[in-house]
Design a protein around this ligand. Sequence first.
Ligand code: HEC
Ligand code: HEC
Length: 282
Amino acid sequence: MKDLLKIFVFALVIIFGFAGYTRYGLPLIIPEAPPVEEKLSGDITMEQYIGIGDKIFNGKGTCTLCHSPVGGRAPLLDTIGSLALERLKDERYKGKATTGEEYILESLVDTSAFVVAGFGKTGTNDTVSPMPNVDKGAIGLSDVEMGAVIAYLQSIAGVEVTVALPSGDSSAMPEEEAPATIKLAESAAEAFIKFECTMCHIGPEIEEGGDMGPDLGGFAATAGSRKEGVSARAFVLESIMNPNAVIAEGFDADTMPDDYPARMTFAEFNLIADAILGVKNQ
Ligand code: HEC
Ligand code: HEC
């Protein structure tokens, strides 16, 4: 009898597993990339430093999650190197920066010091930025890494790069890592960071998060009753795989990335769904 029950449960897992799999085409396994074994040591040139900034901007900094032509979540930054000086003259500017370089740094570590018109958090009249401070939390860029990003932004804008090269101590240099997006997440906390949920949400297993999206803390309590005939888990699946199907009140459509079906494995989805729904795993 017990065995029969086990078989039954197993069959359910398979059926619902594959139902999700076929509906959203979640890949079951994404191969791991070979680790990049490049390590910087000793003195570097400005060109190399800018190259590191490029990699951080387009990689672990997750800047392009919001600063990209797709989605329109944040202003494009290809001219910020020169635009920064205009910002300082803006009558709404209340920050402490006096140079372009300082303005960009301030935009990274004190994001609400100046909020670009039209990009503030909904309902705050452009006084609160939805961008998380990137020297803290999941991204946690070091001063040297932020310097590299600023050098990169100045260089693509075609203005003089004013950032100083990091001093001789090579231990302060950022190590090059294999792209984190390819490694399979093994816990909910890892998955939330890997898929950048922490940039926009706070909630269970997210210690520090952004607020461009709703707080997922109370989601478990309401998920099962949000949509007629749709179970809590199915609603989570839809919310992540097809975010524009239902728009949470007070938030904008087209903000949450809609490419998770192509990037998230079914196992990773399950970790995330368990955490959001408060399902305890032993
Ligand atoms: C979760 C979305 C998000 C992420 C991730 C993000 N930003 Fe932003 N960023 C914004 C938004 C929205 C604004 C506009 C509001 C404001 O001025 O703060 C902004 C503003 C800025 C500005 C000021 C732009 C201006 O025109 O004055 C800079 C510079 C900037 N971000 C750099 C970065 C860098 C570098 C990263 C990565 C290390 C990053 N951002 C990551 C959303 C984001
Ligand atoms: C760039 C910001 C952003 C990122 C990254 C992001 N979200 Fe969202 N998310 C939003 C916004 C904005 C909403 C509200 C609008 C909507 O319902 O689509 C939302 C809605 C949701 C909802 C529905 C909440 C409700 O009350 O209806 C869930 C669940 C959710 N996100 C989970 C996630 C998970 C899990 C991840 C990572 C795999 C993630 N989000 C990544 C911005 C984001």
